[in-house]
Design a protein around this ligand. Structure first.
Ligand SMILES: [Zn+2]
Ligand SMILES: [Zn+2]
Length: 184
């Protein structure tokens, strides 16, 4: 059982409103990824599937587990699950809610969205459709994988080479010096 009190307190701290029921509406889902480096959710639990949410007003980014993300909106959890499923198998049909989310975020074009919605239930796509699906899914996952830097919230985290091996660093370096180890 997650410690929702702890989660709520941490979210309120990073929100404009100090009332949980209003504060939770300030947040929108931005991405989900797997991480085996031993991250903790705001509730204190160890998490592997990490959901990133961003405050629409102050642009803060928080990372929570898939149990706690349901506290904001059930859709956030569905999106996270769909992203992680598609990432594992790029030839799967793009779920409609993920296609709509990707379109809203400008990750795919209107014709790609239309294609996803029309073929969302299709079991046997043609070779051409199959290829288009893989292209669209790769595009969505590739763009979502560009995680926003949790420190400056402006740059993306990108692969960098260092003296002691590869690591993730902020694309806004040298203005931002955030780094973190690569997991997996
Ligand atoms: Zn949690
Ligand atoms: Zn940064």
């Amino acid at each position: 059982m997650s410690d929702y009190k702890k989660l709520h307190a941490a979210v309120i701290e990073a929100s404009n409103s100090k009332d949980w029921n209003i504060a939770k509406l300030e947040w929108e889902f931005i991405s989900a990824y797997r991480d085996n480096s031993g991250k903790n959710c705001l509730c204190g639990h160890h998490i592997v599937e990490v959901c990133q949410i961003q405050n629409k007003h102050n642009l803060y980014i928080l990372e929570v587990g898939n149990e706690c993300v349901k506290q904001f909106n059930q859709d956030f959890d569905n999106l996270a699950k769909n992203i992680l499923t598609i990432e594992k198998c790029l030839s799967k049909n793009t779920p409609s809610n993920l296609a709509k989310f990707a379109f809203q975020k400008g990750l795919i074009t209107e014709s790609e969205l239309k294609f996803c919605l029309e073929t969302a239930k299709k079991r046997k796509p043609s070779v051409k459709q199959e290829q288009w699906k893989i292209n669209i899914n790769s595009k969505i996952i590739g763009r979502l994988k560009q995680r926003v830097c949790p420190k400056c919230r402006l740059g993306n985290l990108i692969d960098k080479k260092g003296k002691f091996g590869n690591f993730l660093g902020c694309s806004k370096y040298p203005e931002c010096s955030h780094t973190e180890p690569i997991s997996d």
